[in-house]
Design a protein around this ligand. Structure first.
Ligand code: SF4
Ligand code: SF4
Length: 372
């Protein structure tokens, strides 16, 4: 089968870079590339997902446009990466959601919010949205806890199953044995590298110093987004334990763990995505894959809205606005769960798997002087 345009361009550039090797100290992509002489489709998808798009190799490249070699590794790998998300999506019938991802995610989010608004009104009457709640601050007075747990549990399990199938396809394409995923050292190395976003700034030995390129705070914004999301998830898990193990029902006081975690997470989900959007605006257009702008924007907007509606619900839960805010927050979070396997969210999953594979390869062929 002929290669796609994205695969052919990535293969051409990796062949050029493999002869040049000037950037070998910048990140994980170049050492992984140097372990290969020919690049299968699986190799290229693996390298594309190993790349953090920091742009360092473009800044440093003597063959970048207008040179006739037209070497732009970050852009070529970004295009291939986005293509790989669709190629690995499960079920295959839903791969089309990646084609106009911004529109698809917006429509799904709008439909989910509308469904929750209509659902709350159908269950409780119009008073649900205008504040005549018998128990102020009690979400479960408007939507029973069991119904909420069932609906969101099912959506989350579906997202996990779809992403597990995508991960399986990625791993198979990379021709990596399943046992690598069970090996403690590569796994732990990948957890450390992903946890501190080690390669986001082209931070290996030999890269250009901070003073040589404009400041890029994407690492900070990524950290705020990632750990903000984790804090929100932890808040939900703790609240579930409170409910089922301790018999303590929401609403919780501001000093209770679910509220503290939710507040920290919500702030992270406001600051992180806002920073990512601002950084995207300032980024060199030569590094941007314009076709995927909608997907990136949808991902940022969904996380931002999750944080915004969650904090607003917390702040105004004892006011007449609670019903409407609850419907908005639940609709956004439900849409976030449903669209997780069909948007930019999967980049974290494939990047982590690529880091595990890379750590396994490094273990077999260590690089002299590399800090782990
Ligand atoms: S990006 Fe440019 S400078 Fe860096 S290895 Fe490739 S060809 Fe060489
Ligand atoms: S991580 Fe940065 S330096 Fe490495 S290939 Fe990607 S853009 Fe280039």
């Amino acid at each position: 089968m002929p290669r796609t345009e994205e695969l052919a361009e990535a293969s051409r550039l990796m062949t050029v870079c493999n002869s040049c090797r000037y950037c070998e100290g910048l990140c994980a992509v170049f050492p992984a590339m140097e372990m290969r002489r020919v690049f299968t489709d699986g190799d290229l998808n693996y390298l594309a997902n190993l790349c953090h798009g920091c742009g360092a190799c473009y800044d440093d490249c003597q063959f970048a446009p207008p040179h006739e070699f037209r070497v732009n590794v970050p852009l070529a790998l970004a295009k291939l990466r986005a293509r790989s998300y669709a190629a690995y999506a499960w079920p295959p019938a839903l791969r089309g959601l990646f084609a106009r991802n911004g529109l698809a995610v917006s429509l799904i989010a709008a439909a989910c919010v509308a469904l929750f608004v209509l659902g709350l009104v159908a269950w409780n009457g119009r008073a649900a949205l205008v504040g005549a709640h018998a128990e102020t601050g009690s979400f479960y007075a408007l939507m029973p806890h069991g119904a909420m747990a069932l609906l969101f549990g099912a959506a989350f399990l579906y997202a996990l199953a779809a992403m597990a199938m995508g991960a399986r396809a990625f791993w198979h394409d990379a021709t990596e044995p399943a046992r690598t995923l069970a090996a403690p050292r590569p796994l732990w190395q990948a957890v450390k590298d992903a946890g501190r976003l080690r390669y986001l700034e082209g931070g290996g030995e030999g890269c250009a110093g901070e003073e040589e390129r404009s400041p890029d705070r994407r690492r900070l914004w990524h950290h705020l987004t990632f750990y903000g999301f984790l804090a929100c998830f932890a808040s939900t898990c703790v609240a579930t334990l409170y409910h089922y193990l301790l018999g303590r029902e929401a609403p919780y006081a501001w000093y209770d763990l679910p509220v503290i975690l939710g507040t920290i997470g919500g702030i992270g989900l406001l600051a992180g995505p806002a920073g990512l959007l601002a950084a995207k605006w300032r980024r060199d257009p030569a590094l941007e894959d314009g076709e995927r702008f909608g997907m990136e924007l949808a991902f940022i907007a969904m996380l931002f809205l999750t944080g915004l509606t969650g904090l607003a619900l917390l702040a105004l839960r004892d006011t007449p606005a609670m019903g409407l805010l609850l419907a908005l927050h639940l609709g956004i979070v439900f849409a976030l769960f449903l669209t997780m396997p069909y948007g930019k969210f999967v980049h974290g999953l494939y990047r982590f798997l690529a880091l595990v594979k890379y750590a396994g390869e490094r273990q077999a062929v260590p690089v002299a002087g590399e800090k782990r």
